[in-house]
Design a protein around this ligand. Structure first.
Ligand SMILES: Nc1ncnc2c1ncn2[C@@H]1O[C@H](COP(=O)(O)OP(=O)(O)OP(=O)(O)O)[C@@H](O)[C@H]1O
Ligand SMILES: [Mg+2]
Length: 219
């Protein structure tokens, strides 16, 4: 596992392009599990659909040393429990794995919420805080930046911010990207984003083709 495993956060209101970014990011990844609350990855060619955790674990074991793309569609309303147990499966699997894995979490304000989770639901927190040591990358998408775990935000190496509507969500983007970018945040159009990595901020946009265009550095 040569490169460090990293966290990515994609924030923005409904229909602005978050899943388009997530799909582009995992396209060339070999081992991906999507916590697919909307069942969107489940419909994509090349993805194996799992409706329970046992099926996820079986698909991972069956893949052996090969790659896999698994869409786990959790039971509605049980996102916290489902993501906790899925995280534990990934944590154990990665103990012996020679390769990195990527966990993609859609509607992450449900599974990785701002409020504290009970101690017996600490699986996802373990991945956020210690997943780097087991080669676990994460990509989280949320419509509600104000409602997502602050430790996820602060540990994210890559942050995409699309347009948001509510004051709380705008404030969260301003805190994340910096006050000097407030006007840029408020001026974002549909499919446009700010991208922060390595302390630098760029603008960019998604394309209808599903590709991403990242522009030159702003700061
Ligand atoms: N530049 C673009 N021009 C036109 N359509 C686009 C562009 N970028 C993405 N799309 C399309 O817009 C739709 C919404 O994008 P996407 O699903 O990525 O949004 P989202 O932020 O994930 O929405 P949600 O919050 O509802 O999950 C998709 O059908 C996508 O293919
Ligand atoms: Mg989406």
């Amino acid at each position: 596992m040569s490169q460090d495993a990293e966290l990515t956060l994609i924030m923005g209101q409904r229909g602005c392009g978050k899943t388009t970014v997530a799909k582009a990011l995992v396209k060339s990844e070999r081992r991906v599990i999507a916590f697919d609350t909307m069942g969107e990855f489940a419909q994509m060619r090349g993805w194996k659909v799992a409706h329970d955790r046992k099926a996820v674990a079986q698909a991972m074991v069956k893949a052996g040393r090969g790659g896999f793309k698994i869409a786990y569609v959790p039971p509605a309303g049980q996102e916290i429990d489902a993501l906790h147990f899925l995280s534990e499966i990934i944590w154990r699997y990665q103990e012996a794995a020679a390769e990195q894995i990527t966990l993609l979490v859609d509607e992450a304000d449900l599974g990785i919420p701002k409020h504290n989770l009970p101690a017996n639901r600490g699986g996802v927190k373990q991945l956020i805080l210690r997943g780097r040591h087991r080669g676990v990358n994460m990509i989280a998408c949320t419509q509600r930046p104000a409602l997502i775990s602050s430790s996820y935000i602060s540990n994210s190496a890559h942050i995409y911010g699309f347009m948001v509507a509510s004051t709380g969500d705008i404030d969260q983007l301003v805190r994340t990207f910096g006050r000097q970018h407030k006007a840029a945040i408020e001026g974002l159009q549909k499919f446009q984003f700010l991208y922060r990595a390595d302390g630098q901020i760029c603008t960019g946009h998604t394309m209808k083709s599903g590709a991403l265009k990242v522009n030159s550095v702003r700061t």
